[in-house]
Design a protein around this ligand. Structure first.
Ligand SMILES: Nc1ncnc2c1ncn2[C@@H]1O[C@H](COP(=O)(O)OP(=O)(O)OP(=O)(O)O)[C@@H](O)[C@H]1O
Length: 622
């Protein structure tokens, strides 16, 4: 989608420059939508400020002509009028400058916030799979990283181009009325330098383009070195200085490349600057010559000399701005590409999800699933059902597909083959919000919100986020209420260490808060993915007793590697490499004496005092 090609030639670069203008309608829409009033005011101020130079030239011309006229017997009134105009323009220019600054400063704030909001809103609408697509994820990261300054830089460049075009047209119009070829030469001068700048722009662009992946690695190093989640391990393994050094190497390489480019660019710019100065001086000499011949008045002499200077500097500025837009065009192109990634699609025919006690429950019918870009099946031909009032436990070795089942139920992915039914209808046919309200899931890598306890729990059902009674009730169901009462400000305790008065809690305590969050919903199906991994045995027992109570008339699904809890499920599925290899109750599976039975005995042997050596060795190898 990006208009820039990696191995483009010079013609492509010119094309790229002009292709960048194809973004302008979208850029203007973005700028306008940020705040129509501020945008309109900035535009009006830009246009007015751009007309000042031509006004000053005309005022200067009139002032000098009026002064000369007095010496040859003319009246004083034209002099006063010209001076008045001159002074008026000076005052207006100053006022415009200040008002413009106020609007631009505030508009910058509005623009970066608007872009941030667009990025965040888009992120919430993206399918989960987009976050695993390296291309889209890169675009998101880049859009996020530069959002505070790139859109505004581009806006400034757009404003500068508009302003330069107005100055150029109005000032060169003066010259055209006198000697059109003079204006033409002046306008053509920067176009000649353009080819050299195109070459430089091309090189700069390619350097930046090829640097993109290393720059992401550099950002990642920065993130590792500065985030609280990694500092513990970095210290333990003494990785800090080592990674800082790695960061420095990237930085030194980038700096040397940039330095070489800046020097090259300055040399080219100076060369053309010298050439165009020579041309300007030649033309100004021509104007002086014409004055000496008496074909133009003294006022016109000054006016034309000013006009020549203005035309030259403005047209050079204009060209430079256009070619300096590379970086920001790349950013904006990626931003728009990211914003146009299709939203999550629902097959849905809107229906509400009816849940009744005697409903037929949830059913996997021959479900297979492959992750995008992976050939192997993560799940293959999986069939099972959970009826209301039942709890189902998933067990199996790491990577056997347990969490994938949860991701399919929560519709983070759609099955590659087969169907998932609820009450006999495919789950994708239910209205999305209704479906999500009926499912409550606690993931392995649940979020530890650096916020107050009541927010951490209330987020389980945003509709009841302020309902203290519901929050307390959910914490009771998770067996976390007594623990919370011991916190310094009970339910109002700020958790974590990021913010002032933060109270850090243990991994198991975080887990109980997260279970409370899952219980905030009046769901049809409760899913807990390894909910007790960080809990002590007593807390684990408590959590499962409550879980069984909670799911008495509902459905419960949990994943656990601990057989002490798994054994109480109504139904246990044993997975291996994406397939169900055994199914039944604890008793049935023990009687079957298969994989489940052997895993159960291995774990049980840990708790037996007299464990035979062969079992110990077996466990040691796992
Ligand atoms: N986002 C993904 N992209 C590609 N492959 C994935 C992705 N997530 C998981 N997999 C693969 O799918 C398979 C099943 O993974 P899954 O997370 O469901 O296993 P699990 O049984 O929950 O494992 P664990 O007990 O370690 O949590 C694994 O082979 C894993 O490598």
């Amino acid at each position: 989608m990006t208009p820039f090609k990696e191995n483009s030639n010079r013609l492509d670069t010119i094309r790229n420059v002009f292709a960048s203008f194809s973004h302008w309608p979208s850029v203007f829409r973005l700028l306008y939508q940020t705040n129509p009033r501020y945008f309109a005011n900035v535009m009006i101020l830009t246009i007015l400020s751009s007309l000042i130079p031509v006004g000053v030239i005309i005022a200067t011309q009139s002032l000098i002509d009026a002064a000369v006229a007095i010496s040859s017997g003319g009246g004083i009134v034209p002099l006063f009028i010209a001076f008045g105009l001159f002074a008026f323009l000076a005052v207006i220019r100053d006022i415009l400058k200040h008002v413009d600054l106020v609007y631009k400063t505030l508009y910058q704030e509005l623009l970066s916030n608007h872009v941030n909001l667009l990025i965040m809103q888009k992120a919430t609408r993206l399918p989960y799979s987009s976050f695993e697509d390296a291309g889209i994820y890169d675009q998101l990261q880049r859009a996020k990283q530069d959002s505070t300054f790139r859109p505004y830089q581009l806006f400034q460049q757009v404003i500068s181009i508009i302003s330069n075009v107005i100055v150029l047209l109005s000032v060169s119009a003066m010259l055209i009325t006198w000697k059109w070829w003079l204006a033409l030469i002046l306008l053509l001068l920067p176009i000649c330098s353009t080819f050299s700048f195109i070459r430089l722009g091309q090189e700069e662009f390619m350097i930046d383009h090829n640097r993109a992946s290393d720059r992401r690695k550099q950002y990642y190093l920065m993130h590792l070195l500065t985030s609280d989640s990694s500092v513990k391990e970095l210290k333990t393994f003494q990785l800090g200085p080592f990674l800082v050094d790695r960061y420095r190497k990237y930085y030194e390489r980038f700096f040397n490349q940039d330095k070489a480019m800046v020097i090259k660019r300055t040399k080219v710019a100076l060369g053309f600057q010298a050439l165009s100065l020579i041309a300007v001086v030649a033309m100004q000499s021509y104007v002086v010559w014409e004055t000496m011949l008496g074909t133009i008045a003294v006022g016109s002499l000054i006016a034309f000399i000013q006009a020549i200077s203005y035309t030259q500097t403005t047209s050079t500025d204009l060209m430079q701005t256009i070619f300096n837009m590379y970086q920001n065009n790349l950013y904006i192109s990626q931003l728009f590409t990211f914003l146009s990634v299709p939203d999550e699609k629902r097959l849905a025919v809107a229906e509400s999800v009816p849940f009744e006690k005697d409903a037929s429950g949830l059913e996997f019918r021959n479900v297979s699933f492959k992750y995008q870009g992976v050939d192997a099946y993560a799940l293959r031909n999986v069939s099972f059902a959970i009826r209301p009032g039942e709890t189902l436990a998933l067990v199996g070795e790491n990577g056997s597909g347990k969490s994938t089942i949860v991701k399919l139920i929560t519709q983070l992915y759609q099955p590659t083959e087969g169907e998932i039914l609820f009450d006999g209808k495919p789950i994708s046919h239910y209205e999305e919000n209704e479906w999500r309200q009926k499912i409550s899931a606690l993931f392995q890598d649940f979020i530890k919100y650096e916020m107050a306890v009541n927010e951490n729990i209330g987020f389980g059902n945003y509709r009841k986020a302020d309902d203290e009674a519901a929050i307390i009730d959910a914490s009771k169901q998770a067996g976390a209420d007594e623990m919370i009462k011991r916190f310094p400000q009970q339910f109002h305790t700020q958790l974590g260490k990021w913010f002032a008065e933060g109270y850090q809690i243990s991994g198991g305590q975080w887990q109980r808060i997260a279970i409370s969050r899952a219980y905030m919903r009046d769901a049809a199906l409760y899913i807990l993915d390894e909910p007790t991994a960080a809990l002590d045995p007593q807390a684990e027992q408590e959590v499962f007793t409550r879980f069984r109570e909670l799911t008495q008339n509902k459905m419960g699904l949990f994943i656990s590697h601990r057989f002490s809890t798994v054994r109480y499920a109504n139904q246990i599925l044993v997975l291996k490499q994406g397939e169900i290899i055994e199914a039944g109750t604890h008793k049935e599976l023990l009687a079957e004496d298969g994989v489940y039975a052997s895993l159960f005995h291995i774990q049980a042997s840990f708790y037996l005092e007299e464990t035979d050596e062969s079992t110990r060795q077996m466990v040691g190898q796992m």
